[in-house]
Design a protein around this ligand. Structure first.
Ligand code: PGA
Length: 254
């Protein structure tokens, strides 16, 4: 059975002082975490400090983005090796906000996957359709293209070291989550696509998280679905209480 993975994407929130407060509130309830893998992804400025605060806890650390090159004259950018060196083990790639506001393409996602894995980071690869695409009935085509192009040239061994996050863009930050049935349908499609590109054993072993307005009130029903292996949480991870409630929901169905 696939282990549930709950990741918190802090986005561009939390100064270091606020980060310390949130981590300390999570740590004082750490006993909630038993079987679930929990990852928090603070902004790059807080990574070093949060890494130290998480030492000895079961909470892992992730970044929200990397550059695809190892190093170079790329003002303002951060490499996979730099992220690794501050103690992070994961990195979110291809988030819809990066695709929408920073022109991130499937080809860039592919290059970033290689850069991350080259440094031993585990990518959390985000895919998902916009409202317009869903209304046109092309959700499957969009998700299939993101998978095919984002993973182009990757071997089954490389793909087996990825986490996917299906995040319908219309559900992100809107308070309007996909229903468990809507999410399950796309998760099953994604797993099927991975089966046809690779093989059944690879596809069955891969974690596919759901993201988009996950909150304590809807987490359990989403996480109970056969192909939903965890959640990528935005807004609800910024407060310890709501993030811990989502972790509890994962614990109760794993
Ligand atoms: P949300 O964000 O939970 O605030 O909708 C999810 C995400 O962007 O990963």
């Amino acid at each position: 059975m696939r282990k549930k993975i709950i990741a918190g994407n802090w986005k561009m929130y939390k100064t270091n002082e606020e980060a310390r407060q949130l981590v300390s509130a999570l740590k004082s309830n750490i006993q909630v975490i038993k079987k679930t893998r929990v990852i928090i992804c603070p902004p790059a400025t807080a990574l070093s400090e949060v890494a130290l605060l998480l030492t000895g806890t079961p909470i892992a650390l992730g970044a929200q983005n990397i550059h695809w090159e190892k190093e170079g004259a790329f003002t303002g950018e951060i490499s996979a090796g730099m992220i690794k060196s501050v103690g992070a083990a994961y990195v979110i790639l291809g988030h819809s906000e990066r695709r929408q506001y920073f022109g991130e393409t499937d080809e860039k996602v592919r290059q970033k996957i290689l850069a991350a894995q080259g440094q031993g980071l585990t990518p959390i690869v985000c895919i998902g359709e916009t409202l317009e695409q869903r209304e046109k009935g092309i959700t499957r085509e969009i998700v299939a293209t993101q998978i095919d192009q984002g993973l182009s040239g990757l071997t089954a061994a490389q793909v087996s070291r990825l986490i996917f996050a299906y995040e319908p863009v219309w559900a992100i930050g809107t308070g309007k989550n996909a229903t468990p049935a809507q999410a399950q349908e796309v998760h099953e499609f994604i797993r099927g696509r991975l089966t046809s590109l690779y093989d059944q054993a690879t596809a069955q072993a891969i974690t596919i998280q759901y993201g988009g307005s996950v909150k304590p009130a809807n987490a359990l029903e989403l996480l109970k679905q056969a192909d939903i292996d965890g959640a990528l949480v935005g807004g609800a991870c910024l407060q310890a209480d709501s993030f811990l409630e989502i972790i509890k929901a994962a614990e109760s169905c794993s």
